[in-house]
Write a protein that binds this ligand. Structure first.
Ligand code: SAM
Length: 278
């Protein structure tokens, strides 16, 4: 028997017009729609006059529900996964069933559409060449701080999702750990009150009294990478100390000289002369 397909259908993040013809056709044609919140998805389906059996599929039951859905796919049923908004699997359920489907040789088909962070990024004015999507930070203070410490020297644009009531606290913690970095808040994307708030964290905090609505938080990457910072610190040392640093890392004399010349942007011979008799 031919297996069914698993469709991951992106849905609007605010504006109902942000759904593709293909997404509507897929939702009309599948046998079953697995939705994060069936009541929420029912409103979308009613708007597009789609009537389909719905099954709930949310984060807490992702694993067990995927065990229910896989046999249906194996028996030939086509299933669409939708979340409340945007792309399934992006800070939303989806990942689990995709892994399970692949293991079972089921075809997984993405149906492109809205995704909050992609739209926030492209209009942010920050670097889009390379970026790091983090999603929601942990609600646990320690875990949240540890993650931010880990990201402090990341040079790529950082992207977070955050709930409005936690936004001020998160911005303050980021400022504490990263310093007063450039940030962009993309608020209520695709909705009537869509807004981009740009500036240093301190300036943005001044503008934001009581954050309301949905936010994507983008943080400019660090201008200095951890590696650059390390080199900067090494270059502050004496040549002897710099040498010792690499010696302790068990580098050969030739390698050390080459590395020191590279760090200090000087000629290898200059370094070589200094250590000739050592
Ligand atoms: N799967 C979704 C996607 O593809 O973007 C994300 C779902 S996640 C549970 C919800 C978070 O996404 C919100 O807390 C907010 O940070 C961000 N978000 C979703 N819709 C948004 C919008 N219209 N404007 C700004 N941020 C939005």
């Amino acid at each position: 028997m031919e297996k069914g397909n698993l469709y991951l259908v992106a849905t609007p993040i605010g504006n109902l017009e942000d759904i593709t013809f293909r997404a509507i056709n897929v939702l009309k044609e599948v046998d079953l729609i697995a939705a994060e919140d069936t009541r929420h998805t029912l409103k979308l389906l009613n708007h597009f006059e789609i009537s389909k059996p719905l099954i709930s599929y949310y984060k807490q039951i992702e694993k067990s529900k995927s065990d229910v859905l896989i046999p249906k796919l194996l028996s030939g049923k086509n299933i669409a996964i939708v979340s409340d908004a945007g792309a399934p699997g992006i800070s939303d359920p989806g990942e689990e069933i995709v892994k399970n489907a692949i293991k079972n040789g089921i075809r997984v088909i993405p149906i492109p559409g809205a995704c909050a962070f992609v739209n926030a990024l492209i209009a942010s004015g920050l670097d889009t060449k390379e970026f790091c999507f983090i999603g929601f930070l942990s609600a646990q203070k320690k875990e949240k701080k540890d993650k931010l410490e880990e990201l402090k020297y990341e040079t790529k644009t950082l992207i977070f999702y955050e709930a409005p009531h936690k936004l001020l606290g998160t911005l303050s913690t980021i400022c504490e750990i990263f310093g007063d970095r450039e940030v962009v808040l993309a608020r209520e994307l695709t909705k009537i009150h869509e807004e981009f708030i740009r500036g240093k964290i301190s300036e943005v905090l001044e503008k934001l009294q009581e954050p309301k609505g949905e936010f994507v938080l983008l943080v400019k990457g660090n201008d200095i990478s951890k590696q650059d910072l390390n080199i900067e610190n090494l270059n502050k040392m004496s040549l002897e100390e710099h040498y010792k640093y690499y010696e302790e890392k068990s580098l050969e004399k030739k390698e050390i000289i080459k590395q020191i010349a590279k760090d200090r942007k000087i000629n290898k011979n200059e370094v070589y002369k200094k250590f000739l008799n050592n």
